[in-house]
Design a protein around this ligand. Structure first.
Ligand code: GDP
Ligand code: MG
Length: 372
């Protein structure tokens, strides 16, 4: 809808661009022939010219939502995929500590290559079943994913410190978690502390329509300690139980699709994107598009920092080879050729630039009269 320029509209309805410009001027809008028109502006113009305007997407193939065609998905190849779990909660309630503890408890020593530093996403093995964890993505990535409808999360864990209880951010997280429709598990953390009080947390949560199972509700509360590791097995078992019900499936043989959970520019390596694979298998050599960036996957390191040839369903790792740093939250899609990948990304980039320009050149008559 916002992708139609003045001259394109003029061409489409057999008018000259200056006709359209003068009609818009009459409506109080000062535009040039390269400016973009919004849906309501198009409709008004239609009325002015006595023609019917149907707004359809001329740029379907470069639109984010059309990155991936559902009809391309062949469900005969579906296999169960591991759940992706996001941990959320009030600051200092122990999200990072819990993630680190789960990782160190579940990743065999040595295998992790002595990694002590925190990473944003990883997969663990719980009695032969995999679970992928993602640290609360930064706010930007989060809203980006939401606006693009590319939520990556299957199960949400709300961490509440047992000694502190429900706090403002806990409430925010509750409403977000509810809106997502994902199963929610409450991890009451810091249970190693003398002052921790499970019943207090349950009561506060119950007041916010998060009633514990043992109180007749449907939310599991699990006491944990990120310091001692207590309750972690319980938590993981519970995640697997909840995921089973979801029947999470995807096609490992499909063209890879995923999401960028984090990205940065690394000295000497170039743009690095932490990607979580949602469908298909991402391989070294794949031509990918992430929003306005593109490239041929040069190398992949897995969540243990080891170089790998590919990332499977729900797996995460760092991907090298993009021409620029993609925004967090961007959708990643593998394309058939480098030409295709480059075309999609560059068209989008041009588009984004044109839109920015259009924003700055389009002045309303009101603003103008203020200047005169
Ligand atoms: P985040 O802001 O939610 O990521 O919280 P952090 O993981 O950074 O933890 C905040 C503080 O709480 C740190 O000082 C942790 O050491 C402490 N902490 C986290 N988990 C526990 C726990 O289970 N028991 C105790 N006693 N302290 C904890
Ligand atoms: Mg943290």
């Amino acid at each position: 809808p916002e992708e139609c320029r003045v001259y394109e509209f003029a061409e489409a309805c057999g008018k000259s661009a200056s006709d359209v410009i003068s009609v818009l001027f009459g409506l109080g809008m000062l535009v040039t022939k390269n400016d973009f028109l919004k849906q309501d502006e198009l409709e008004i113009l239609g009325e002015e010219f006595g023609i019917e305007v149907t707004v359809k997407d001329a740029l379907e193939d470069v639109n984010y939502v059309d990155d991936y065609h559902e009809e391309d998905i062949d469900d005969s190849n579906f296999v169960t995929r591991p759940p992706v779990v996001t941990i959320m909660g009030h600051v200092d309630h122990g999200k990072t500590s819990l993630l680190d503890k789960i990782r160190s408890a579940k990743v065999a020593k040595g295998e992790a290559g002595g990694i002590t530093q925190h990473i944003s996403a990883y997969t663990v093995d719980q009695n032969g079943q995999k679970i992928t964890f993602v640290d609360t993505p930064g706010h930007a990535a989060f809203s980006e994913m939401r606006s693009r409808g590319t939520e990556i999360t299957d199960v949400i864990i709300i961490v509440v410190a047992g000694d502190d209880g429900v706090k403002p951010q806990t409430e925010e997280v509750i409403s977000h978690a509810k809106a997502s429709g994902c199963p929610i598990i409450v991890a009451v953390n810091k249970m190693d502390k003398e002052s921790a009080n499970m019943d207090m947390v349950k009561a506060q949560m119950a007041e916010r329509e998060m009633t514990p199972v043992d109180w007749g509700g449907d939310v599991e509360f699990i006491g944990v300690s990120a310091h001692t590791g207590m309750g972690i097995d319980d938590l993981l078992e519970n995640i697997l139980l909840q995921s089973e019900v979801l029947e999470l499936k995807a096609d490992p043989s499909a063209k890879a699709k995923g999401a960028v959970v984090e990205s940065l520019l690394e000295k000497g390596r170039g743009p690095v994107a932490t990607i979580i694979v949602q469908n298909g298998t991402l391989k070294v050599g794949d031509n990918i598009v992430c929003d306005t960036t593109y490239g041929r996957v040069k190398a992949i390191t897995n969540d243990q920092g080891k170089p790998v040839k590919q990332l499977g369903l729900s797996e995460t790792g760092n991907v090298l080879g993009l021409n620029e740093v993609p925004v967090s939250g961007a959708v990643m899609v593998a394309q058939d050729s480098d030409k295709e990948a480059r075309e999609i990304a560059t068209t989008r980039a041009e588009h984004a630039r044109a839109k920015e320009l259009s924003k700055s050149t389009k002045v309303s008559l009101e603003e103008m009269s203020g200047l005169i």
